[in-house]
Design a protein around this ligand. Structure first.
Ligand code: GSH
Length: 439
């Protein structure tokens, strides 16, 4: 459904009304949400043609179909203008519409996931399996619920405090204590702890920056980390004995999480920098995992050792230390084999539409998911930035100093080079590098 923009109703700053999602990511979320809604409509309408459907279920399905159409109006092709119109209908009306939308989505999920009673919930004692496509669409509707939650203003909004925090989960429904992974958590507070280097925390920092997720940074030296590991509370404060960690405080409870790829995905989900679509998630995750494989080959170069540091003590293992000759062989193998192979594979992926859902067309222009920025672009940027020969914060000093990455990009990876340069030249990234790192 296309909604004509009404210039009189356009807020002077409509983009501030979209919670803390990055601009393009927000549009992408709405578009994906609409695709799920359309799929749901198609499935529910085809249920109406099924003679086995009971009268009461038929009535409920018709009600839900009408509701889903209305939700499409909220998230369809001109989401910003639509949101502004809804905003202009007044706070209470908007809250009601969003709450109604969430209820309809829950009913739609029920209808998709629960078989028709006439089918019986079990056949010969075996529960009826929900077809995979229905389950996938139901999951998509759960994510659509997150989109709707994001545009639900809080009570504070009523008093004219028109800032981003107000576009959080509606207070009408009290958030349950136990966290539902599909809910937003806009009241969370974050503390990111790492060394004062870019390293593994930098993609998380940048995702938080671009997604407007406020966080406090704590930096620690290797020596301080070694001491912290010996503290009695280390199993909670340093779950894997290493950094980065992300402390998340919500409803007065604080939990500390670790493992940078997991932290990055979490932040991606909170900020809209992680796609909603399952296949695009696979595309994004596969790149991140490929970078993890590549980083593993750097370990012997980082530590001049076959193994990384002992996670209990931070010491390196004497017995597996590399001789100068072995170190040089490892460096040569990374420069000549692993780095070109992995960057080449990512280049190929950027040139393919693997992970697009048929109608998406070409995905790689210029980022991993087309124009929509994702955490995979951030990971790629951080790695390539640290491999620059003249980088102040080198990712892996001996490797960066060879200048191998730039040569590979120049000669074999035009798409990856464009992605890297496009990202590096973003004004917000230039400002971040200047303010945080002085480069
Ligand atoms: N797989 C972990 C690796 C974490 C890791 O290796 N952290 C290093 C810094 S980059 C660390 O804490 N080293 C200090 C030590 O082990 O003493 C992640 O991705 O977060």
């Amino acid at each position: 459904m296309d909604v004509d923009p009404d210039p009189d109703l356009i807020d002077p700053d409509p983009l501030s009304r979209k919670s803390n999602l990055a601009d393009t990511a927000w549009l992408d979320h709405c578009r994906e949400a609409d695709a799920f809604l359309l799929d749901a409509l198609e499935m529910l309408r085809s249920d109406l043609n099924n003679t086995a459907v009971t009268a009461s279920r038929r009535k409920e399905t018709e009600r839900v179909c009408a509701g889903v159409e209305r939700i499409r109006f909220i998230v369809t092709s001109r989401p910003v203008e639509t949101l502004v119109k809804i905003a202009n209908t007044g706070h209470d009306v908007w809250v009601d519409q969003c709450d109604e939308a969430k209820r309809v989505l829950e009913s739609a999920i029920d209808l998709l996931e629960k078989p028709n009673e006439e089918d019986g919930l079990e056949l010969d004692g075996i529960p009826v399996r929900i077809p995979q496509k229905r389950a996938r669409v139901a999951q998509g509707l759960r994510r659509t619920r997150v989109v709707v939650s994001r545009i639900t203003p809080t009570e504070a909004n009523k008093n004219g405090q028109d800032n981003e925090e107000n576009y959080a989960e509606s207070p009408v429904k009290k958030k349950p204590k136990k966290r539902d992974e599909n809910e937003t958590a806009d009241d969370e507070k974050y503390v990111l702890t790492y060394m004062d280097i870019k390293g593994l925390a930098e993609p998380v920092r940048i995702a938080m920056l671009l997604g407007n997720l406020e966080f406090t940074e704590v930096t620690m030296s290797y020596e301080e980390l070694a001491v912290a590991r010996r503290n009695t509370d280390a199993p909670t404060t340093l779950p894997y004995g290493q950094l980065p960690t992300l402390a998340i405080e919500s409803d007065g409870n604080k939990t500390i999480f670790a493992q940078s790829p997991a932290l990055l995905r979490y932040v991606g989900r909170k900020t809209g920098l992680y796609p909603l679509d399952d296949w695009k998630q696979l595309r994004v995750d596969s790149i991140d995992e490929c970078l993890n494989d590549l980083r593993k080959t750097f370990t012997p170069l980082w530590y001049k050792n076959v193994l990384p540091r002992d996670p209990n003590t931070g010491e390196t293992n004497e017995g597996t230390r590399l001789t100068d000759e072995q170190f040089q062989s490892a460096l040569d193998a990374v420069v000549k084999i692993h780095l070109p192979a992995r960057l080449g594979q990512i280049e190929n992926l950027l040139g393919s539409d693997a992970g697009s859902n048929n109608d998406d067309g070409q995905l790689s222009a210029p980022y991993v998911c087309g124009n929509v920025l994702t955490i995979a672009d951030i990971s790629l940027y951080v790695l390539l930035d640290g491999l620059e020969q003249n980088a102040k914060h080198k990712y892996c000093a001996p490797l960066s100093e060879t200048g191998a990455a730039a040569e590979i990009l120049q000669s074999h990876c035009p798409r990856l080079k464009t992605l890297y340069e496009t990202f590096r030249n973003r004004e917000d990234i230039k400002k971040w590098n200047q303010d945080r790192w002085g480069v």
